[in-house]
Structure formats: structure tokens, C-alpha cells
Design a protein around this ligand. Structure first.
Ligand SMILES: [Zn+2]
Length: 436
């Protein structure tokens, strides 16, 4: 299985300037491809094939030919997914926007990797003025585009050996350049273990609930929720203030910077918490020797509100905040790849009625409040644990255990986490206060 790891390229004015230029060049490759492929389509009503674009686009940019090819690959992949998505949603557009910067994709041939450094190859096609003047004086000079191969050297800070790295990207993120590289990691083999299914239920108050037949883990999502609520509140506040300013004015710009900074800080904090939450879950799954994990498909709520206009108008401010369920998508994604690395097979299933189905009498009850109560047998079970088990039951048989052991965990102990990350949190708050 391939995983992507990254490291931050330490700031060096020269390297950063070169990378910036390369990004611009990459953007111009992208823009040219988009423009030409689109106009080709409108004249001939046919798609320009990938190899045609690659042949036409090679050898005229100040980038390594493999990098240009990788950009074409990316364009083609983008086109394919758009085509697939457009079958269900006609609003999705093919790439059209002009870009000023584009990430720098690198294939194996366009990198020169040693233990200490990574050389990023690029071609320099344009003549310098000095070259031009001196060479033009010679009479027998007739070459058009003399190519000069150059390299941008960045330090190799990867923790793994990069010898077999086939693909990497240089990306601008959080005010710095990052080197993202994909490497092959051996998956664990669990085929010798007996089948042990578990279900996972993603929620808001309990970020993740996983349950096997006899044991369950509930990881709190309150820390995540508190950060997303804080962010939503501050963002709304700033947005309101910005609407009163003239767009582009000094005050407007101040608010905009504050907004960007808070968005960045909180998304870093959220990513951190998501990693910690999923780590707990994976540790639990490993300990219990789980072989198959069933996850419910999330995102139903968003769809309903989009479809049903009456419902949409009813959504209050609070509800809309809750609707930012993308968090769950991220947790699910992290959970999936981490489970895969441990050799656990991940399956998806639709989660209709899983929170209502009663394990004791096999009927359905509407739930009020936290514990799930069976009105027939007068027994109780943790609501989310029941949901998680029911999700697993959609694929595998699972007995009902009344002596189920439930472990409760926090991704972090929030108070200690706050004091440790006090700086960040306070900074976010102080920005918010200053702008108030
Ligand atoms: Zn019941």
C-alpha cells in the first residue's frame, strides 16, 4: 500500500525563490493545457488524447520533461473524475480556472536523491541576455533552444529511505513549502487470524464508537466539536464585520488576514485531534485482533437538506453549524488508511435504522437521550455502541452481549492539551478579541 508522508522544506530565500518560479511555470503549463484542450473540444467535439497533449507540451517549459508529463497526467485524471461525477451532478465543471501557482509534481526521473539532499531537476530553455549577445556574434550559431539542465537542491529530511520513491510533489502549505512523497509500505497480514468483525459509528458527541461482540470503545468528540464551534463562531463574526467594510480596504484586509490565520490554526488543531482519535481506535482494534471493520456511510444529513427545500429553510444557525460534517469524512478517511496499514479489511455499508434497531427484541424504538432503552425487555445499552454493533450486523452475525465492556476515552485530556497548546489557542482567541 502506498502512503504519503511529508516534510517541511526549511526556509532559504534562494530555494524558495526558485521553487516559486517553478510553481509559476507549472501553472502556465496547466493553463496552456486547459485552454488548448478546451478549445480543441469545442472545435472538434472530441477529447484531445493524453499522449497528444504530452507530445505537444514537452520541451518548451523551464521544467523537467517528466514534470510536464506529470501535470498532463494530473489534468487527465481530473478530466476523468469530472466526467464520472457529471453523470450524477451536471453542475460540476471541467477544469477551467486560470491558476497562478500550481504544485510541482515530480516523477522518479526528475529527482536526484541522495542521503543528504534531493535535487529537483529542471530545464532552462531561455537564453540569458549575455549568452544571446555573445552567441549571436558567432556566425555559425543556428540552434534555437539550447537546453540547460539545472537543479534546485533541497535537504533530504525524509525519515524513510527515498530510493524507491516513484512520485513526489512540492506543495505550498501553511506558509512554507512541503515535500510530499509517496512510498510503499508493507501491509500486515492477518489472514491467519479467525474472523473478528467490528462496527464503527461516527458521531458528533462521540467522534468514533467501535464495538466488537464483547467490547466497545467510545472516543469523545467534544474537543473536536469545541474547536469547530469556536471557529464557526469567530468566522461568522469576522464575516459580518467584513460585510460592513468596503471590499479591499485596509480594515477589510485586516479582517481577512485574521480569518485566514484562524482558519489555518484551527484546521491544524483539528487535524491533530483527528489523528489522535483514530490512533486510539486503531490501538483498540489491534488489541482485540479485529480483522474486518464495517463503517457506516456518512453524509446523509447534508444530502437531505439540499434536496428538501422546506427542510433547508428550517435549518437554524445551530443546525447549520452541526452540518459541517466534513470532519467525519476526514476521520473516516484517516481511519480507513490506518486500518488498512494494519491489515484490517475496511467495508462500507449504509447505516439506515442502525441507531433504532433493538438488539434485544429485534424491533425498532425511537431513542430519546443517551442510553438506548428497550421498552419490551426493559434493558439498556449505550446508544452509540448499539449503533456500531448494528452497523457490523449488516455484514456479519453478531451475538448480543449484556455484559458488554465499554471503554471511554478522550483523544486528549482537554485541559492538559489546552495548557500544552496554550500558545496556539490563546493566539487564536487574541486575534478574535482584537478584531472584536
Ligand atoms: Zn426492544
Amino acid at each position: 500500500m502506498f502512503v504519503t508522508h511529508s516534510f517541511r522544506i526549511p526556509y532559504d530565500p534562494l530555494i524558495y525563490k526558485q521553487l516559486r518560479n517553478m510553481q509559476r511555470e507549472a501553472a502556465s503549463v496547466w493553463n496552456d493545457i486547459v485552454r488548448e484542450a478546451t478549445s480543441y473540444f469545442f472545435t472538434f467535439k472530441k477529447w484531445l488524447s493524453k499522449s497528444d497533449i504530452q507530445a505537444a507540451r514537452k520541451g518548451s517549459y523551464n521544467l523537467h520533461s517528466q514534470t510536464v508529463q506529470a501535470i498532463v497526467d494530473k489534468y487527465d485524471a481530473n478530466r476523468q473524475t469530472t466526467r464520472k461525477l457529471r453523470k450524477s451532478d451536471k453542475k460540476i465543471k471541467y477544469p477551467w480556472k486560470e491558476k497562478y501557482y500550481y504544485c510541482i509534481p515530480l516523477k522518479q526521473a526528475s529527482m536526484d536523491i541522495s542521503d543528504e539532499t534531493i535535487g529537483i531537476k529542471k530545464a532552462e530553455y531561455r537564453l540569458s541576455l549575455v549568452d544571446f549577445v555573445t552567441k549571436k556574434k558567432k556566425k555559425n550559431w543556428n540552434e534555437k533552444f539550447p537546453k540547460r539542465n539545472e537543479q534546485v537542491i533541497i535537504p533530504n529530511l525524509a525519515k524513510e529511505p527515498l530510493k524507491n520513491c516513484k512520485y513526489a510533489e512540492i506543495v505550498w502549505k501553511n506558509g512554507a513549502y512541503w515535500f510530499h512523497y509517496s512510498i510503499k509500505v508493507q501491509e500486515k497480514d492477518l489472514s491467519s487470524l479467525p474472523l473478528c468483525p467490528a462496527g464503527a459509528d461516527l458521531g458528533e458527541i462521540h467522534a468514533v464508537t467501535v464495538a466488537t461482540e464483547n467490547k466497545a470503545l467510545v472516543v469523545s468528540g467534544r474537543a473536536i466539536r469545541s474547536i469547530s464551534q469556536f471557529r464557526a463562531k469567530v468566522m461568522a463574526n469576522l464575516q459580518k464585520k467584513m460585510s460592513r467594510c468596503k471590499k479591499g480596504s485596509r480594515q477589510w484586509k485586516k479582517y481577512n488576514t485574521a480569518k485566514k490565520r484562524i482558519r489555518q490554526k484551527s484546521s491544524n488543531q483539528l487535524a491533530d485531534l483527528e489523528h489522535k482519535t483514530t490512533k486510539e481506535v486503531i490501538l483498540f482494534l489491534e488489541k482485540e485482533n479485529v480483522t474486518n471493520l464495517v463503517i457506516g456511510r456518512v453524509g446523509g444529513i447534508e444530502k437531505n437538506t439540499k434536496k428538501d427545500k422546506k427542510k433547508k429553510s428550517k435549518t437554524t444557525k445551530v443546525r447549520r453549524q452541526q452540518l459541517s460534517l466534513w470532519n467525519q469524512g476526514k476521520i473516516k478517511q484517516k481511519l480507513t488508511y490506518k486500518a488498512k496499514l494494519k491489515g484490517i479489511k475496511v467495508e462500507e455499508t449504509e447505516e439506515s435504522y442502525t441507531s433504532q434497531t433493538c438488539p434485544f427484541c429485534h424491533g425498532r424504538h425511537k431513542t430519546n437521550g443517551r442510553p438506548f432503552k428497550c421498552s419490551v425487555r426493559k434493558t439498556e445499552i449505550h446508544r452509540d455502541v448499539n449503533g456500531a454493533q448494528n452497523i457490523a450486523r449488516k455484514r456479519y452475525p453478531m451475538e448480543v452481549n449484556t455484559q458488554l465492556e465499554v471503554i471511554f476515552k478522550q483523544p486528549v485530556w482537554y485541559k492538559r492539551y489546552l495548557s500544552k497548546n496554550n500558545h496556539n489557542q490563546l493566539r487564536c482567541k487574541s486575534i478574535a478579541r482584537r478584531m472584536a
